[in-house]
Design a protein around this ligand. Structure first.
Ligand SMILES: C[S@@+](CC[C@H](N)C(=O)[O-])C[C@H]1O[C@@H](n2cnc3c(N)ncnc32)[C@H](O)[C@@H]1O
Length: 243
């Protein structure tokens, strides 16, 4: 038993070393580098987020000026850095969000990135799910209500996508296997360079999936945004293709 856990420990350490080596090699951007490179845009986005509101200030940050509004479920510093970096990567044709809850994050990304089409996959079980319809622009949003791991979710994408996904935000099932399943589904509809965003990369099963996808060479991290005081972590990566 002891030998087994020692072995697991060694494998974990090796995997972590590999992850850190890859991250160091690619030098992804951080909140600090984005703040330094685009100070005015970062500040504007950050202020905008604080006014937009969160669904829980004690979880997502007391910096938010209200509880309610768009009911964002993001740390403002992390999300502001992500949006600022993505602005420099526009335009986007097809944006996909898996796990949209009330649609607040989707609404902010639409405001700043203006993708041509928005695809949302959510099982509708979040308490704020009723706000989805009002927070998403109806003229360009196509929704699938159900399990993102189901065959129907993949069929939904196959049926409605004209082309491939340009930007995917994965924030649904946070279990290790659940995140891998979502990643695998989106990979089918991705090209080399498709951008993937993962929320909660420093907690839960997302952390392990993110690290494995990076160390395995499936994803190249270009932004790792982790709040200094209350980290949840947003990871931004380029899809490197299926080998
Ligand atoms: C953390 S919330 C998403 C927050 C949202 N992205 C935001 O930033 O405001 C997770 C969402 O994923 C949904 N969800 C969880 N597991 C899912 C699954 N297997 N398939 C589809 N949606 C799922 C939940 O119902 C919830 O709406």
């Amino acid at each position: 038993m002891q030998v087994k856990s020692l072995l697991y420990g060694m494998v974990e350490s090796l995997e972590a070393c590999n992850y850190h080596w890859k991250v160091a090699k690619f030098r992804p951007d951080s909140i600090k580098t984005i703040q330094t490179r685009y100070p005015a845009i970062y500040r504007k986005v950050y202020e905008d987020l604080l006014d937009a509101g969160t669904n829980n200030r004690s979880v997502f940050g007391n910096e938010y000026r209200l509880e309610g509004g768009l009911q964002l479920q993001q740390r403002p510093s992390e999300f502001a850095a992500l949006i600022t970096m993505l602005i420099s990567r526009r335009p986007f044709s097809n944006y996909l969000e898996i796990g949209a809850a009330s649609g607040g994050t989707c609404c902010m990304l639409n405001r700043y990135l203006a993708p041509e089409k928005i695809f949302v996959i959510d099982n509708g079980s979040h308490v704020d799910t009723r706000s989805l319809a009002t927070n998403l622009p109806p003229e360009k949003t196509i929704r699938f209500t159900g399990d993102s791991h189901s065959a129907e979710a993949a069929t939904f994408l196959k049926t409605h996508l004209d082309g491939l996904v340009d930007l995917a935000f994965i924030d649904g099932d946070h279990s290790y296997l659940g995140v891998w399943q979502d990643l695998a589904t989106v990979c089918i509809f991705s090209r080399i360079g498709t951008l993937f965003v993962f929320h909660d990369i420093v907690v839960t099963g997302v952390r392990r999936c993110w690290r494995e996808a990076v160390s395995g060479g499936l994803l190249k991290p270009i932004g790792v945004f982790v709040d200094q005081y209350h980290p949840l972590g947003l990871g931004l990566a380029e899809f490197m293709g299926r080998s």
